[in-house]
Design a protein around this ligand. Structure first.
Ligand code: BEZ
Length: 400
Protein backbone atom coordinates (compact mmCIF):
# COMPACT_ATOMS: atom_id res chain seq x y z
CA UNK A 1 0.00 0.00 0.00
CA UNK A 2 2.59 2.48 1.08
CA UNK A 3 4.69 1.72 -2.04
CA UNK A 4 1.94 2.36 -4.65
CA UNK A 5 1.09 5.76 -3.13
CA UNK A 6 4.74 6.85 -2.90
CA UNK A 7 5.60 6.08 -6.56
CA UNK A 8 3.75 8.92 -8.37
CA UNK A 9 4.91 11.36 -5.72
CA UNK A 10 8.52 10.26 -6.21
CA UNK A 11 8.26 10.62 -10.02
CA UNK A 12 6.84 14.14 -9.65
CA UNK A 13 9.63 15.04 -7.26
CA UNK A 14 12.28 13.78 -9.71
CA UNK A 15 10.66 15.67 -12.61
CA UNK A 16 10.53 18.90 -10.59
CA UNK A 17 14.20 18.43 -9.63
CA UNK A 18 15.25 17.86 -13.27
CA UNK A 19 13.28 20.88 -14.51
CA UNK A 20 14.65 23.12 -11.79
CA UNK A 21 18.30 22.24 -12.41
CA UNK A 22 17.95 21.87 -16.18
CA UNK A 23 19.71 18.56 -15.92
CA UNK A 24 17.37 16.38 -17.96
CA UNK A 25 19.11 13.91 -20.27
CA UNK A 26 17.63 15.67 -23.36
CA UNK A 27 19.12 19.05 -22.29
CA UNK A 28 22.50 17.47 -21.60
CA UNK A 29 22.56 15.98 -25.12
CA UNK A 30 22.30 19.36 -26.89
CA UNK A 31 25.66 20.54 -28.27
CA UNK A 32 27.17 23.71 -26.82
CA UNK A 33 27.44 26.25 -29.63
CA UNK A 34 30.39 28.66 -29.68
CA UNK A 35 30.60 31.54 -32.16
CA UNK A 36 34.17 32.40 -33.18
CA UNK A 37 34.80 35.87 -34.66
CA UNK A 38 38.15 36.73 -36.29
CA UNK A 39 39.57 38.50 -39.34
CA UNK A 40 40.50 36.27 -42.29
CA UNK A 41 41.25 39.14 -44.71
CA UNK A 42 43.13 42.45 -44.26
CA UNK A 43 46.20 43.49 -42.22
CA UNK A 44 45.25 41.25 -39.28
CA UNK A 45 44.66 38.06 -41.33
CA UNK A 46 47.66 36.23 -39.81
CA UNK A 47 46.36 37.01 -36.31
CA UNK A 48 42.91 35.62 -37.14
CA UNK A 49 44.31 32.47 -38.73
CA UNK A 50 46.66 31.84 -35.78
CA UNK A 51 43.97 32.42 -33.14
CA UNK A 52 41.59 30.10 -34.98
CA UNK A 53 44.26 27.40 -35.25
CA UNK A 54 45.10 27.60 -31.53
CA UNK A 55 41.41 27.53 -30.53
CA UNK A 56 40.67 24.49 -32.68
CA UNK A 57 43.84 22.68 -31.56
CA UNK A 58 42.66 22.71 -27.94
CA UNK A 59 39.11 21.72 -28.91
CA UNK A 60 40.55 18.77 -30.84
CA UNK A 61 42.58 17.74 -27.79
CA UNK A 62 39.33 17.38 -25.82
CA UNK A 63 37.51 15.78 -28.79
CA UNK A 64 35.17 18.82 -29.11
CA UNK A 65 33.50 17.70 -25.86
CA UNK A 66 33.20 19.18 -22.35
CA UNK A 67 30.96 18.49 -19.36
CA UNK A 68 29.42 15.53 -21.21
CA UNK A 69 28.28 17.66 -24.19
CA UNK A 70 29.50 18.09 -27.74
CA UNK A 71 30.94 21.45 -28.77
CA UNK A 72 30.14 23.02 -32.14
CA UNK A 73 32.03 26.05 -33.49
CA UNK A 74 30.44 28.65 -35.80
CA UNK A 75 33.05 30.90 -37.43
CA UNK A 76 32.45 34.44 -38.74
CA UNK A 77 34.98 36.63 -40.62
CA UNK A 78 34.98 40.15 -39.13
CA UNK A 79 37.50 41.37 -41.75
CA UNK A 80 38.92 43.41 -38.85
CA UNK A 81 36.19 46.01 -39.51
CA UNK A 82 34.33 47.46 -36.49
CA UNK A 83 31.29 48.25 -38.65
CA UNK A 84 30.85 44.51 -39.38
CA UNK A 85 30.92 43.48 -35.69
CA UNK A 86 27.21 43.93 -34.86
CA UNK A 87 26.00 42.16 -38.05
CA UNK A 88 28.28 39.18 -37.45
CA UNK A 89 27.39 38.94 -33.76
CA UNK A 90 23.64 39.10 -34.51
CA UNK A 91 24.00 36.38 -37.12
CA UNK A 92 25.68 34.15 -34.53
CA UNK A 93 23.08 34.93 -31.84
CA UNK A 94 19.87 34.98 -33.84
CA UNK A 95 20.76 32.64 -36.74
CA UNK A 96 23.09 30.05 -35.22
CA UNK A 97 21.75 30.51 -31.65
CA UNK A 98 25.22 30.31 -30.11
CA UNK A 99 25.64 30.02 -26.34
CA UNK A 100 28.78 32.19 -26.23
CA UNK A 101 31.18 34.07 -28.51
CA UNK A 102 34.99 33.86 -28.53
CA UNK A 103 37.86 35.36 -30.56
CA UNK A 104 38.08 38.95 -31.97
CA UNK A 105 41.35 40.65 -32.89
CA UNK A 106 40.46 44.32 -33.43
CA UNK A 107 39.49 46.45 -30.41
CA UNK A 108 36.91 48.35 -32.46
CA UNK A 109 35.12 45.11 -33.36
CA UNK A 110 35.02 44.07 -29.68
CA UNK A 111 33.68 47.49 -28.61
CA UNK A 112 31.00 47.34 -31.33
CA UNK A 113 29.42 44.21 -29.80
CA UNK A 114 29.84 45.07 -26.10
CA UNK A 115 26.18 46.04 -25.59
CA UNK A 116 24.84 43.24 -27.81
CA UNK A 117 26.47 40.47 -25.75
CA UNK A 118 25.65 42.18 -22.45
CA UNK A 119 21.97 42.81 -23.27
CA UNK A 120 21.58 39.23 -24.55
CA UNK A 121 23.49 37.78 -21.55
CA UNK A 122 25.94 36.00 -23.88
CA UNK A 123 29.45 35.35 -22.51
CA UNK A 124 32.18 36.90 -24.70
CA UNK A 125 35.68 35.45 -24.32
CA UNK A 126 38.17 37.80 -25.99
CA UNK A 127 41.30 36.09 -27.27
CA UNK A 128 43.04 39.24 -28.51
CA UNK A 129 41.14 42.56 -28.75
CA UNK A 130 42.68 44.69 -26.01
CA UNK A 131 40.28 47.70 -25.67
CA UNK A 132 40.95 48.54 -21.99
CA UNK A 133 37.43 49.95 -21.44
CA UNK A 134 35.97 46.45 -21.77
CA UNK A 135 37.60 45.43 -18.50
CA UNK A 136 37.43 48.84 -16.75
CA UNK A 137 34.90 51.63 -17.38
CA UNK A 138 32.69 49.55 -19.71
CA UNK A 139 33.21 46.19 -18.04
CA UNK A 140 30.41 43.65 -18.19
CA UNK A 141 29.77 40.48 -16.17
CA UNK A 142 29.61 38.69 -19.55
CA UNK A 143 33.02 39.83 -20.90
CA UNK A 144 36.28 37.99 -20.17
CA UNK A 145 39.70 38.55 -21.71
CA UNK A 146 42.44 35.90 -21.82
CA UNK A 147 44.91 37.94 -23.94
CA UNK A 148 45.77 41.43 -22.53
CA UNK A 149 44.36 44.92 -22.16
CA UNK A 150 46.13 47.32 -24.52
CA UNK A 151 48.65 49.16 -22.37
CA UNK A 152 48.91 46.32 -19.83
CA UNK A 153 52.23 44.70 -20.80
CA UNK A 154 53.36 48.16 -21.92
CA UNK A 155 53.23 49.54 -18.35
CA UNK A 156 56.00 47.09 -17.49
CA UNK A 157 57.71 47.54 -20.89
CA UNK A 158 58.10 51.32 -20.53
CA UNK A 159 59.45 50.95 -17.00
CA UNK A 160 61.92 48.29 -18.20
CA UNK A 161 63.12 50.47 -21.12
CA UNK A 162 64.27 53.27 -18.81
CA UNK A 163 65.31 51.35 -15.71
CA UNK A 164 66.87 48.20 -17.14
CA UNK A 165 67.84 49.04 -20.73
CA UNK A 166 68.93 52.57 -19.93
CA UNK A 167 66.97 54.30 -22.73
CA UNK A 168 66.50 57.94 -21.75
CA UNK A 169 65.08 59.41 -24.97
CA UNK A 170 62.79 57.51 -27.31
CA UNK A 171 60.56 57.86 -30.37
CA UNK A 172 57.16 56.14 -30.35
CA UNK A 173 55.48 54.68 -33.45
CA UNK A 174 52.09 52.91 -33.37
CA UNK A 175 48.96 52.70 -35.57
CA UNK A 176 46.48 55.56 -35.43
CA UNK A 177 43.52 53.84 -33.79
CA UNK A 178 42.56 53.08 -30.20
CA UNK A 179 44.89 50.05 -29.77
CA UNK A 180 47.93 52.01 -31.01
CA UNK A 181 47.26 54.95 -28.70
CA UNK A 182 46.39 52.73 -25.70
CA UNK A 183 49.58 50.66 -26.04
CA UNK A 184 51.77 53.74 -26.60
CA UNK A 185 50.21 55.51 -23.59
CA UNK A 186 50.80 52.44 -21.41
CA UNK A 187 54.47 52.35 -22.49
CA UNK A 188 55.03 56.08 -21.97
CA UNK A 189 53.50 56.12 -18.47
CA UNK A 190 56.36 54.64 -16.42
CA UNK A 191 58.98 55.49 -19.05
CA UNK A 192 58.21 59.16 -18.42
CA UNK A 193 57.57 58.82 -14.68
CA UNK A 194 61.00 57.17 -14.36
CA UNK A 195 62.60 60.22 -16.03
CA UNK A 196 62.48 59.26 -19.74
CA UNK A 197 61.77 61.78 -22.51
CA UNK A 198 59.52 61.03 -25.48
CA UNK A 199 61.14 62.99 -28.32
CA UNK A 200 58.37 62.31 -30.86
CA UNK A 201 55.14 60.30 -31.16
CA UNK A 202 54.11 59.05 -34.62
CA UNK A 203 50.76 57.45 -35.44
CA UNK A 204 50.62 56.26 -39.08
CA UNK A 205 47.35 54.73 -40.37
CA UNK A 206 46.81 51.04 -39.49
CA UNK A 207 46.91 50.14 -43.21
CA UNK A 208 50.34 51.78 -43.77
CA UNK A 209 52.36 49.81 -46.30
CA UNK A 210 55.27 52.21 -46.74
CA UNK A 211 56.88 53.44 -43.51
CA UNK A 212 59.52 55.41 -45.48
CA UNK A 213 58.39 58.93 -44.47
CA UNK A 214 58.27 57.94 -40.77
CA UNK A 215 61.64 56.18 -40.88
CA UNK A 216 63.24 59.23 -42.53
CA UNK A 217 62.00 61.33 -39.61
CA UNK A 218 63.44 58.81 -37.14
CA UNK A 219 66.79 58.91 -39.00
CA UNK A 220 66.83 62.72 -38.64
CA UNK A 221 66.52 62.28 -34.86
CA UNK A 222 69.20 59.55 -34.60
CA UNK A 223 71.57 61.70 -32.54
CA UNK A 224 68.84 62.77 -30.10
CA UNK A 225 67.47 59.33 -29.15
CA UNK A 226 68.66 56.00 -27.78
CA UNK A 227 65.69 53.77 -28.61
CA UNK A 228 62.49 53.39 -30.66
CA UNK A 229 59.27 51.87 -29.31
CA UNK A 230 57.00 50.30 -31.96
CA UNK A 231 53.66 48.54 -32.14
CA UNK A 232 52.31 47.23 -35.44
CA UNK A 233 50.98 43.75 -36.08
CA UNK A 234 50.34 41.31 -38.94
CA UNK A 235 51.39 42.52 -42.42
CA UNK A 236 52.13 46.04 -41.03
CA UNK A 237 54.77 44.66 -38.67
CA UNK A 238 56.53 42.79 -41.50
CA UNK A 239 56.82 46.03 -43.51
CA UNK A 240 57.95 48.08 -40.50
CA UNK A 241 60.69 45.72 -39.35
CA UNK A 242 62.06 45.00 -42.85
CA UNK A 243 62.04 48.70 -43.81
CA UNK A 244 63.72 49.62 -40.50
CA UNK A 245 66.66 47.52 -41.67
CA UNK A 246 66.52 48.74 -45.30
CA UNK A 247 66.75 52.37 -44.09
CA UNK A 248 69.93 51.50 -42.17
CA UNK A 249 68.33 52.27 -38.80
CA UNK A 250 68.81 48.85 -37.20
CA UNK A 251 72.52 49.40 -36.61
CA UNK A 252 72.00 52.96 -35.36
CA UNK A 253 69.00 52.95 -32.97
CA UNK A 254 67.80 49.87 -31.06
CA UNK A 255 64.14 48.91 -31.31
CA UNK A 256 62.23 47.89 -28.17
CA UNK A 257 58.82 46.72 -29.34
CA UNK A 258 55.71 45.06 -27.96
CA UNK A 259 55.79 41.39 -28.98
CA UNK A 260 52.88 41.65 -31.46
CA UNK A 261 55.33 43.55 -33.70
CA UNK A 262 57.76 40.64 -33.90
CA UNK A 263 55.55 37.61 -33.35
CA UNK A 264 56.96 34.11 -33.97
CA UNK A 265 54.44 33.70 -36.82
CA UNK A 266 55.94 36.59 -38.86
CA UNK A 267 59.64 35.94 -38.13
CA UNK A 268 60.12 33.72 -41.23
CA UNK A 269 58.87 36.63 -43.42
CA UNK A 270 61.10 39.20 -41.68
CA UNK A 271 64.22 37.02 -41.99
CA UNK A 272 67.50 38.69 -40.90
CA UNK A 273 65.78 42.06 -40.37
CA UNK A 274 64.36 40.55 -37.16
CA UNK A 275 67.70 39.45 -35.69
CA UNK A 276 68.59 41.38 -32.54
CA UNK A 277 65.18 43.05 -32.15
CA UNK A 278 64.27 43.14 -28.45
CA UNK A 279 60.66 42.96 -27.32
CA UNK A 280 58.38 42.33 -24.34
CA UNK A 281 55.37 40.03 -24.37
CA UNK A 282 53.53 37.28 -22.49
CA UNK A 283 54.49 34.47 -24.85
CA UNK A 284 57.35 33.02 -26.90
CA UNK A 285 57.49 29.52 -28.31
CA UNK A 286 60.84 29.06 -26.46
CA UNK A 287 59.24 29.25 -22.96
CA UNK A 288 60.33 26.19 -21.00
CA UNK A 289 57.47 24.54 -19.12
CA UNK A 290 55.53 21.28 -19.69
CA UNK A 291 52.35 23.05 -20.93
CA UNK A 292 54.28 24.98 -23.57
CA UNK A 293 56.38 22.03 -24.67
CA UNK A 294 53.19 20.00 -25.22
CA UNK A 295 51.49 22.91 -27.03
CA UNK A 296 54.42 23.67 -29.36
CA UNK A 297 54.83 19.99 -30.26
CA UNK A 298 51.12 19.50 -31.02
CA UNK A 299 50.87 22.78 -32.96
CA UNK A 300 53.91 22.01 -35.12
CA UNK A 301 52.66 18.47 -35.77
CA UNK A 302 49.27 19.75 -36.92
CA UNK A 303 50.14 22.94 -38.80
CA UNK A 304 53.83 22.45 -39.66
CA UNK A 305 54.72 25.95 -38.33
CA UNK A 306 55.80 27.38 -34.98
CA UNK A 307 52.98 28.86 -32.88
CA UNK A 308 53.04 32.53 -31.94
CA UNK A 309 51.26 34.70 -29.41
CA UNK A 310 47.94 34.71 -31.25
CA UNK A 311 47.94 30.91 -31.60
CA UNK A 312 48.56 30.62 -27.87
CA UNK A 313 45.79 33.12 -27.04
CA UNK A 314 43.30 31.06 -29.08
CA UNK A 315 44.46 27.87 -27.36
CA UNK A 316 44.17 29.47 -23.90
CA UNK A 317 40.70 30.83 -24.71
CA UNK A 318 39.48 27.34 -25.60
CA UNK A 319 41.12 25.85 -22.50
CA UNK A 320 39.45 28.41 -20.20
CA UNK A 321 36.01 27.83 -21.77
CA UNK A 322 36.35 24.04 -21.48
CA UNK A 323 37.46 24.28 -17.83
CA UNK A 324 34.40 26.39 -16.95
CA UNK A 325 32.02 24.05 -18.84
CA UNK A 326 33.53 21.09 -16.96
CA UNK A 327 33.16 22.92 -13.64
CA UNK A 328 29.38 23.24 -14.17
CA UNK A 329 29.06 19.71 -15.55
CA UNK A 330 27.95 21.04 -18.91
CA UNK A 331 25.02 23.05 -17.46
CA UNK A 332 25.96 26.34 -19.09
CA UNK A 333 22.28 27.34 -19.26
CA UNK A 334 22.69 28.25 -15.59
CA UNK A 335 24.38 31.52 -16.61
CA UNK A 336 25.29 32.67 -13.11
CA UNK A 337 26.99 29.35 -12.32
CA UNK A 338 28.86 29.40 -15.65
CA UNK A 339 30.08 32.99 -15.17
CA UNK A 340 31.17 32.17 -11.61
CA UNK A 341 33.09 29.14 -12.92
CA UNK A 342 34.79 31.31 -15.58
CA UNK A 343 35.91 33.83 -12.93
CA UNK A 344 37.48 31.06 -10.87
CA UNK A 345 39.59 29.52 -13.66
CA UNK A 346 43.19 29.30 -12.48
CA UNK A 347 45.74 26.93 -13.97
CA UNK A 348 48.92 26.67 -16.01
CA UNK A 349 48.89 27.52 -19.70
CA UNK A 350 51.77 27.67 -22.22
CA UNK A 351 52.78 31.23 -21.18
CA UNK A 352 52.83 30.29 -17.44
CA UNK A 353 50.28 30.76 -14.62
CA UNK A 354 46.79 31.91 -15.66
CA UNK A 355 44.09 33.74 -13.64
CA UNK A 356 41.66 36.65 -14.06
CA UNK A 357 41.67 39.89 -12.04
CA UNK A 358 38.45 41.14 -10.41
CA UNK A 359 37.44 42.78 -13.71
CA UNK A 360 37.75 39.52 -15.68
CA UNK A 361 40.97 40.55 -17.43
CA UNK A 362 43.95 38.20 -17.43
CA UNK A 363 47.05 38.61 -15.22
CA UNK A 364 50.23 37.89 -17.21
CA UNK A 365 53.95 37.19 -17.04
CA UNK A 366 55.84 39.64 -19.28
CA UNK A 367 58.98 38.18 -20.89
CA UNK A 368 61.84 40.26 -22.26
CA UNK A 369 62.97 38.56 -25.48
CA UNK A 370 65.50 39.04 -28.28
CA UNK A 371 65.42 37.46 -31.75
CA UNK A 372 68.26 35.11 -32.66
CA UNK A 373 68.86 32.83 -35.63
CA UNK A 374 69.71 29.20 -34.97
CA UNK A 375 70.48 27.23 -38.12
CA UNK A 376 67.78 28.31 -40.56
CA UNK A 377 65.22 29.20 -37.89
CA UNK A 378 64.50 32.51 -36.17
CA UNK A 379 63.22 32.56 -32.59
CA UNK A 380 63.00 34.55 -29.36
CA UNK A 381 65.56 34.01 -26.63
CA UNK A 382 64.15 34.95 -23.25
CA UNK A 383 66.37 37.31 -21.26
CA UNK A 384 64.19 38.34 -18.31
CA UNK A 385 60.63 38.12 -16.92
CA UNK A 386 58.29 40.36 -14.91
CA UNK A 387 55.64 38.21 -13.14
CA UNK A 388 51.95 38.95 -12.43
CA UNK A 389 51.44 42.00 -14.64
CA UNK A 390 47.81 43.11 -14.43
CA UNK A 391 46.07 46.01 -16.15
CA UNK A 392 46.91 48.34 -13.23
CA UNK A 393 50.54 47.21 -12.83
CA UNK A 394 52.89 49.59 -10.96
CA UNK A 395 56.69 49.39 -10.57
CA UNK A 396 56.18 48.86 -6.82
CA UNK A 397 54.41 45.55 -7.67
CA UNK A 398 57.89 44.20 -8.50
CA UNK A 399 58.67 44.07 -4.78
CA UNK A 400 55.51 42.17 -3.77
C1 BEZ B 1 43.64 45.48 -30.85
O1 BEZ B 1 42.98 46.05 -31.74
O2 BEZ B 1 43.31 45.53 -29.66
C2 BEZ B 1 44.89 44.74 -31.23
C3 BEZ B 1 45.08 44.32 -32.54
C4 BEZ B 1 46.25 43.64 -32.88
C5 BEZ B 1 47.19 43.33 -31.93
C6 BEZ B 1 47.00 43.74 -30.61
C7 BEZ B 1 45.84 44.44 -30.26
Amino acid sequence: MVRTKARPFLSLLLLAFALHFGAGPAAAAEPIKIGFMAPFVGVYTQLGVDMDRGFKLFMEEVGYKAGGRDIKIFTEDTEGKPELGPTKARKLLEGDKVDMIAGIVHSGVAMSIRDIVTDNKIPLILTNAGAPDLTTTKKSPYIFRVSFANGQQDLAGGWYAYNKLGYKRMVIIAPDYSAGHDKANGFMKYFRESGGKVVEEMYPPLSTNDFGPYLTKIADKAKEIDGVYAFFSGSGSIRLITQYQEYGLKEQIPLFVIGDTIDDSVLPSMKDAAIGVRSYHQYADSIKNPENEKFVKAYKAKYNVTPGTFSEQGYVGAKVIVAAIEAVNGKIEDKEAFLAAMRKVKFDVPRGPFSFDENQNVILPVYIRVVEKKGDAYGHVIQDMIPNVDQNWKPTDMKK
